[in-house]
Design a protein around this ligand. Structure first.
Ligand code: FAD
Length: 327
């Protein structure tokens, strides 16, 4: 059984930062993370405050963030912007999406002696006088002097340790949507009779998460005037801590919808692919899904974190490397 001084559950911003700090202090540290890469679906935090940049500066890595974001004053209180320009600090703030923040932190941690165990989650632990025994979702176990729960708001480590997360019921809710617009809207924050809303531009101008244009018809309106999921079966996956589609996938659009959706997503080059061509020429039936849905259902029932644990496939070297520990 692998043994470390510290095992961290979770490679989000908190887990990565802690791993880096411990490694710099000469501590033998491992991180367990279900996600196979640092990618996040959708937008989350949008910037760093002055104090955070100062801490990153003390570690010699502030420039990595500054060079990829936009320096600006991001401090505010109750939607009132605060002017920090006369603060005796080198940095006032930085606009940078969490996706990018996590990517940079992971690059930094990758340069340090940190063992990053991706594709598995901490499922349980037992504590005794000399340390902690840690169970992982792939059936393996680890031993450590300390286990740190950096596994997010629904933390398994926190719950298993019996630590409550008490508070008040939410009184406000927020919705984040990413969309492509034909014209520049009025940017910025506004208050209206139905609450506060803001429109901002994504750094690279591209949406983080898009629906595949060649599965499912998500553009043809129903009789009620809705277009959307089209019968997909989505469930909560507790291992991946994410929404999970278990319905069968495959080309289930007709030629007209395929052409329209590829154009909407700017993916017209896919029209030349063999599958797509067969559908366009009427040589292939509209429904060919099945395989991946069954594999995903198996993954869910066996509580596994990667599809490669339940099916065979041909993968590029980078993918093989990231799941090597699992297979
Ligand atoms: C939609 C959305 C919008 C947000 N907007 C903002 C914003 O505008 N500004 C702001 O400051 N913050 C925002 N946040 C909050 C911000 O994203 C979080 O504060 C931040 O991600 C917390 O970092 P973390 O590392 O503590 O946890 P997380 O980012 O949640 O990371 C936890 C990690 O643990 C992993 N994990 C989960 N379970 C296990 C397990 N059992 N074993 C091992 N690993 C596990 C997860 O895969 C994940 O990588 C937003 C969050 C969301 C969801």
């Amino acid at each position: 059984m692998a043994t470390h001084e510290v095992v961290i559950a979770g490679a989000g911003p908190t887990g990565l930062m802690l791993a880096g700090e411990l490694a710099l202090a000469g501590v033998d540290v491992a991180v367990v993370e279900p996600r196979l890469s640092q990618e996040l679906a959708g937008s989350r935090a949008g910037g760093l405050h002055a104090r955070t940049i100062e801490v990153l500066d003390q570690r010699g890595i502030a420039e990595r963030f500054l060079s990829r974001g936009q320096a600006m004053q991001v401090a505010g209180f109750s939607f009132i912007s605060l002017d920090l320009s006369d603060f005796p600090a080198r940095h006032q703030g930085l606009a940078l999406w969490q996706n990018e923040i996590e990517r940079i932190l992971a690059e930094w941690v990758g340069e340090l002696p940190v063992k990053l165990r991706r594709g598995r989650a901490v499922t349980d632990f037992t504590q005794d006088e000399s340390g902690v025994g840690i169970q992982l979702s792939d059936g393996a176990a680890l031993r450590a002097s300390y286990l740190v729960g950096c596994d997010g708001g629904r933390s398994v480590v926190r719950k298993r340790a019996g630590i409550e997360f008490t508070g008040w019921d939410a009184s406000t809710s927020y919705l984040i949507a990413e969309a492509e617009m034909d014209e520049d809207p009025a940017w910025g924050l506004r208050r209206g009779p139905r609450g506060v809303n803001a429109i901002g531009k994504l750094g690279d101008g591209k949406r983080h998460d898009v629906r595949a244009p060649d599965y499912d018809d998500w553009t043809t309106a129903t009789a009620e005037g809705f277009a959307g999921l089209n019968g997909d079966i989505l469930v909560w996956n507790p291992v991946l801590e994410d929404a999970f589609e278990i319905s069968s996938m495959g080309i289930r659009v007709d030629a007209q919808t395929l052409t329209r959706q590829l154009a909407l997503c700017g993916d017209e080059d896919r029209l030349q692919l063999e599958w797509h061509q067969s559908l366009l020429k009427g040589e292939m039936p509209q429904t060919i899904g099945g395989g991946i849905g069954q594999s995903r259902l198996t993954m869910l029932l066996l509580q596994l974190s990667h599809i490669g644990q339940v099916q065979c496939g041909v993968w590029p070297a980078q993918v093989k490397e990231s799941v090597a520990g699992l297979l």
